[in-house]
Design a binder for this molecule. Sequence first.
Ligand code: F6P
Length: 539
Amino acid sequence: MSVWDKLRQLHQARGSQSIKSRFDQDANRFDNYSLSFGDMLFDYSKTALDRDILDGLLNLARHVGVESRRDAMFRGDKINETENRAVLHTALRNLNGGPVLVDGQDVMPGVLHTLERMKKFSTRLRNGTITAANGAPFTDVVNIGIGGSDLGPVMTDIALTPYQDGPKCHFISNIDGADITDTLAGLDPATTLVIVASKTFTTTETMTNATAAKNWLLSVVPAEKISDHLVALSTSEEKTAEFGVKRNRVFGFEDWVGGRYSIWGPIGLSLMLSIGPEDFTEFLLGAEEMDRHFQTAPLAENMPVLLGLIGVWHANLCQYHTRAVLPYDQRLARLPAYLQQLDMESNGKGVSMDGKPLACDSGPIVWGEPGTNGQHAFYQLIHQGTRTIPCEFMIARRGHEPELAYQHNILIANCLAQSEALMRGRDLQRACELMRRQGYTGAELERQAAHRVFTGNRPSTTLMYDLLTPRTLGKIIALYEHRVFVEGVIWGINSFDQWGVELGKRLANRLLPLVCGETTDDPHDGSTLGLLASLNIHC
Ligand code: F6P
């Protein structure tokens, strides 16, 4: 019997057994199905996993060679086979590790040299040694980028708000003119540094916004001094020079850093400017800790592996098509958006590494919002909707606001209550009692009670950590990166390319002349032509 068949059989066999009943059968279920790593606790006892299922999933991980693929990634093998690239974002945080070879060359001296340059630049800008063209210190930094060149910087900057003690960072990503207009409104170009963050330095949104921002700077900064206000983060030296960025203001990285994995290097410059080099180093050290854990912990005690296996159990065996990421941490407000790119751009694939259509589903839809806000919006569906949505809760043991500790206690209570309610549910009998106490009788009682039934048995995991520090944030992001990796290996896909974003980009370029009122020979469908006709505009 194949490892998959075995798991299918277990899924069928366990069909009617509730998660709650597993706690009745195993008094130590919490201890047996949770894992600690430093201050982090990962509780997966409120899923349907039992020893047999876990063994089956671990066998699957062994069968597909998760460990050897992991080692190949860390070693610098070209595991991104459709782009013929190594995958080495881990090298960017390999502060205490040894050499990492790509094509026989150790990349670490280059990584550490760039990190030192970033630190020096940040320190000097933060202490006012590097100034704006008029000699004043920079007060604001605008990061212009999109996708991984935006989501990482903005998510981490918000997450680490208590550590911000540098210039104020702002972020522009969307080609929609509203984004740049609203972001630049109120900023003074005379004391604003513009960072153009783009791995390729060709992305339409970023380059268009960068040109607009440069023109905005030129409204007060003399043309010969404009480069004082520009920084580029990119793999392309030529294109950054063409844009007018001085060589010593370009922080480069290599093609083995994927866009959605790039916050650890130059793309993290705005974060370093905001929180300072020391806290940025802490952020890297947190990720490095998780890397070592992922590399060395046995599979059964390996947090990213377990998170990945639970994801596979839910996606492929239970056939749950989405998963919700629910941080009870307001400062992780953009984490779900960040994880959407990390997870869905990595694992939203339909063919296996060898080009054959996948025989099973790949990455699920990832979505979420911070608690408690989500509770007052979409949790209704999570509790009583017809679909089961595995939930991934996150909560800090304490907040950064000791004076508001009571509010943090309410936050924790809500987080724990949600996972308990999802698992426990409320049966018809209890709902009827509730209605009886409110004076209902007969058919009306039954009708009212039915609306108050919660089926329960809805799985969730909870990740608990002490406090959202730079180090903890680094660990959380690396945990999710490696989870995506584990799932990708199990599905046999390439988690490191993103061909699915290309076609739309190409068609947008072809449509632009038509939107601007020109005519072309390009064939388009009736709907697109109808929509174009209704624009009735001229650029
Ligand atoms: O279009 C998708 C994508 O390539 C992402 O993978 C990437 O993070 C984003 O665009 C931005 O790319 P760049 O950093 O090259 O501007």
